[in-house]
Write a protein that binds this ligand. Structure first.
Ligand code: URP
Ligand code: ZN
Ligand code: ZN
Ligand code: ZN
Length: 476
């Protein structure tokens, strides 16, 4: 069986051109004019793009005393509804748990995935055993390790642990990721605010100012430089963190930054809303920022100093958020966005002249495919690539509403935002999984995508640091 996606404009990160796309055996078989297949997907008036990749999700994640409400079944269907055909989720071991045992837990969760997925492995402590187990994780196809510099007393690691892990990543050709916030300072500010009687969600924003993120980003960047390894800074939300990344890149370091769609369009004013539920639903870390930061993040995407737009999809219901009714530090941290990332980014990005369609493809798919060593199998429409394709209707419109969303939660942080530009048809490995905007994918059809270590960048960073390594002076 073959399918031809006919009559559209193919948009890649490099260029746009009118062409049909022929899909055979789940892969792209040809791109060009006048192609024929057994089935036809009409793309007249539409753009044909590589499916979105969201490299930052937390599906069915146990966190802050509860578990995120979107599991792999609802979360990956929400992803597909928004044109995202692959997610990379965080596998988080509990303290003392073997990394491969945590991986097995995540495999049980991901058995219901409706589209393809990979994992990042989290390092939440340090030991000789973890050091050894990292090699097995890499051998099985997970080549990225996440470090939380915040969540003191829970997931946070200290500099000694982080540096040891970064060095191990360098040896293995893996890449460290960091949640950059100074967890000690956050904990001190939280205690102070509570003592002052600030117990509502506004305290969340006050307890995590931008400099706390900037300091941690700078620290992680220096540690990565010393370890001779590339670094990926997740949910880059502030001018300070962006500045650290931009400076490191200008100095020749391989550092990547990932703004979230939430930080690009929502601001700190949300936490001052008199409705407690409204404000608490928007509690996530790092918090939403002053609007000045938004312009800076958009500029970074354009300039190339920031490469990827993600969601950090970590969806809790209103009821779950209410665990923190009398203490903002107990409000489960996280917001949704999987379904909204591409439509909202298109609307505010391409629709308002901040991004070109080609840049949109780069920051939603191609760049992260390269960074994670998935390219060109994912993130491209090259012959031989997995046929993960979005037929994008730039004229289609909707107003974001929890009432019509696929995600399992009872609200949407983008509620009321009017989008122009939506997926019409989505294919995952050649199978039509969204037709006329409706998801028709079976849970369990998603596959784990293994990744190889030693991207060209990891290899180069390793070589550079080997050449600069200290050597004893040989004296007669
Ligand atoms: O608030 C957030 N971001 N929740 C998810 C966990 C994390 O920090 O990524
Ligand atoms: Zn984080
Ligand atoms: Zn996260
Ligand atoms: Zn996060």
């Amino acid at each position: 069986m073959s399918t031809v996606i006919r009559g559209g404009t193919v948009v890649t990160a490099a260029r746009s051109f009118p062409a049909d796309v022929l899909v055979e055996g789940g892969r792209v078989a040809a791109v060009g004019p006048g192609l024929r297949g057994d089935d036809t997907v009409d793309a007249e008036g539409c753009l044909v793009m590589p499916g979105g990749i969201d490299p930052h999700t937390h599906l069915e994640m146990p966190f802050m005393g509860t578990t995120t409400a979107d599991d792999y079944a609802s979360g990956t269907r929400a992803a597909l509804a928004g044109g995202t055909t692959m997610v990379v989720d965080f596998c988080i071991p509990s303290h003392g748990q073997k990394l491969m045992d945590a991986w097995a837990d995540w495999d049980r969760r991901s058995a219901t995935a409706a589209t393809d997925y990979s994992y990042h492995m989290c390092i939440v402590g340090w030991s000789a055993a973890i050091r050894d187990e990292m090699a097995e994780v890499v051998a099985r196809g997970v080549t990225t390790f996440k470090h939380f510099m915040a969540y003191k007393g829970a997931l946070m690691v200290n500099d000694e642990e982080m540096f040891a892990s970064f060095r191990r990543c360098a040896e293995l050709g893996a890449m460290p990721l960091v949640h950059a916030e100074n967890g000690d300072v956050v904990a001190a500010l939280q205690a102070e605010l509570l003592a002052q009687g600030i117990t509502g969600p506004e305290g969340h924003g006050y307890s995590r100012p931008p400099r706390v993120e900037g300091e941690a980003a700078n620290r992680a960047i220096m540690l990565a430089d010393q370890a001779g390894v590339p670094l990926y800074v997740v949910h880059t939300s502030s001018i300070e963190a962006h500045e650290a990344i931009r400076r490191a890149r200008a100095n020749g370091q391989r550092v990547y930054g990932e703004p979230l769609i939430q930080h690009l369009v929502l601001d700190e004013g949300e936490y001052l809303n008199p409705d407690w539920d409204h404000a608490a639903r928007r509690v996530m870390s790092p918090p939403f920022r002053d609007k000045r930061n938004q312009d800076d993040l958009w500029n970074g995407l354009r300039a190339g100093s920031l490469q990827v737009v993600a969601t950090d999809h970590c969806a809790f219901t209103t009821e779950q958020k209410r665990f923190g009714r009398s203490d903002f530090t107990k409000i489960p941290n996280g917001t949704g966005g999987l379904e909204d990332r591409m439509p909202v980014l298109w609307t505010r990005g391409v629709g308002e002249g901040r991004l070109t369609p080609e840049e949109f493809v780069a920051v939603t798919s191609t760049n992260i495919a390269r960074i994670l060593n998935l390219y060109p199998r994912k993130g491209s429409l090259e012959v031989g690539a997995d046929a993960d394709v979005v037929v994008w209707d730039p004229a289609a419109q909707k107003t974001v509403s929890a009432a019509t969303q696929v995600s399992a939660i009872d609200y949407n942080v983008f509620e009321g935002l009017h989008c122009t530009g939506l997926p019409r048809t989505v294919l995952s490995r050649g199978e039509v999984v969204v037709r006329d905007g409706r998801v028709q994918a079976e849970g369990g059809r998603g596959r784990f995508v293994a990744r190889a270590p030693f991207t060209p960048e990891a290899r180069a960073a390793r070589r550079l640091s080997d050449l600069a390594a200290p050597r004893a002076v040989v004296r007669p």
